[in-house]
Design a protein. Sequence first.
Length: 221
Amino acid sequence: MTKKRPTIRFPDPEIADPEGEGLLGVGGWIDLDTLEAAYRAGIFPWPSQEGLLAWWSPDPRAIIELDEFHVARRLARTYRQGRFELSIDRDFNAVIEGCAMAPYRTEGTWITPEMLAGYQAFHQAGFAHSVEAWQDGKLAGGVYGVAIGGMFAAESMFFRAPDAAKVALVYLVERMRACGFTLFDVQQHNSNTARFGAKEIPRKQFLRRVREAVQLKVRLS
């Protein structure tokens, strides 16, 4: 019989490194209980530069307000034209593997085999979700992340056809709005998230919103 690992108890995310990028701790493992506890506390895993499993709670934190989500005019036109067939959770494994192995990620991937297996199990448990964009019956791109209550934490996206991942993201936000989600966590403010309207809020405010959002009885699909 396989011995169950003890549950990791995270420190208060408010004490995460204020001088760096919000490093809270290094080590541990990824399993269902650990991932759920982390996301409910506003913490996410990301390998350190040394390749070790690390846990983060940045201050400030980047989010996209659902009623401020920005869609460029050309992308909105592409979305309306229906060039892609869109789905939710049709092929989570293909989406996360696409994110891990996208050839244009010249800096390498943060989705290690341990992370891949952990999120695949998290999907099977009903927490991790994917949005797929299909073209001519083939997966053209997608987005995956974690939904707990009314919070969705975006993790990664990839594309094999122009605009496929962006169209999947637009569809995801539409579904979140329709289903009653209140918090869209994108973790970091960068050029990719900024184009969709990402902004930074203080960690204390983010953590309060997490506590409120995870209590909501809503589902993505």
